[in-house]
Design a protein around this ligand. Sequence first.
Ligand SMILES: NC(=O)c1ccc[n+]([C@@H]2O[C@H](COP(=O)([O-])OP(=O)(O)OC[C@H]3O[C@@H](n4cnc5c(N)ncnc54)[C@H](O)[C@@H]3O)[C@@H](O)[C@H]2O)c1
Length: 335
Amino acid sequence: MSPAPEHNSVKVVVCGAAGGIGQPLSLLLKQSDLISHLALFDVVNAAGVAADLSHINTKSKVTGHGRESMDEALQGAHTVVIPAGVPRKPGMTRDDLFKINAGIIRDLAEGVAKNCPDAFVLVISNPVNSTVPIVAEVLKKHGIFNPKKVFGISTLDVVRSSRFVSEVIPSVDPKSTRVTVVGGHSGVTIVPILSQIPGHASLTQEQIDALTHRIQYGGDEVVKAKDGAGSATLSMAFAGARFTNVILEATVAGKAGLVESTYVNLAADSSASTQAFREKTQLDYFALDVEFGREGVSKIHALPKVSAYEQTLLDAAIPELKANIEKGASFITAA
Ligand SMILES: NC(=O)c1ccc[n+]([C@@H]2O[C@H](COP(=O)([O-])OP(=O)(O)OC[C@H]3O[C@@H](n4cnc5c(N)ncnc54)[C@H](O)[C@@H]3O)[C@@H](O)[C@H]2O)c1
């Protein structure tokens, strides 16, 4: 692919750029020709990470910004990626993170409203089911919420699904086989639609149960193995870069037809089918396959046909997701 022309590149900000996810994510984003300015914001060590990455001979200028210069980091951003906050320790659920991360996300969303109200906002910080509604409610408060531009990055669930399925079905290529994962991004709210993958018919119910559980709780494998030293960072950086690149390819390079599962506000697609789904589930947010265009969401794909087993997973996911969404939204609306 030929490099994008100079005018066809934008400013991207990573908030939490010195963290376990932030550093490898920034490294991966440094490789993009669609980024002219990579601004790294963190409350610690942003300058060091920026100095290091700035020596890499790719197109983007890299700047580091500490606590006092959040506004400068965010000004004029096209895309803001947020892995800021604290990760899980053994025994903690993503929801346990809420108390700390909710305030961090609220303050960053205020920064977006002030400095780059048109930006795409890509949220990694957990619990994603609740942090995305927090961002949305802050932007609504400022009258600038555009549901086509705010996303929870659930790509790691998709990446894990492709990999884990390939370990059970040898004909599945982990790189090219995309599994649709719907619902939310924690525990039972993660619903992989395995019935749609090639070779599904060869799986026993026991294998489907085991795969589903592994995808829903894949994060726990990493938290346990790291034994107190954090949660998934490298695989998350890979997934975060993959999703950010899809957004940039669609919105900056104008590539049509790109589809990725992401946690999104269902108001982003006013079609009768999406609105009927919203009505039926009584949920404002849901992870579904989304097609992207220049303005962000161009179409939310309908929930694929699900098996009876997957329907039971959805039935368990919906009430939990509803509570997570309400918790996030009311953190702002009831404040
Ligand atoms: N979406 C996903 O699939 C997924 C996967 C793994 C982890 N996560 C989440 O991502 C987040 C980050 O994880 P990590 O392992 O990188 O944690 P980390 O502690 O290694 O890094 C977080 C970084 O955020 C910074 N930070 C804290 N408060 C900030 C603020 N107000 N402004 C800017 N930066 C701030 C910290 O200084 C730190 O450098 C956690 O919430 C974690 O649960 C999400």
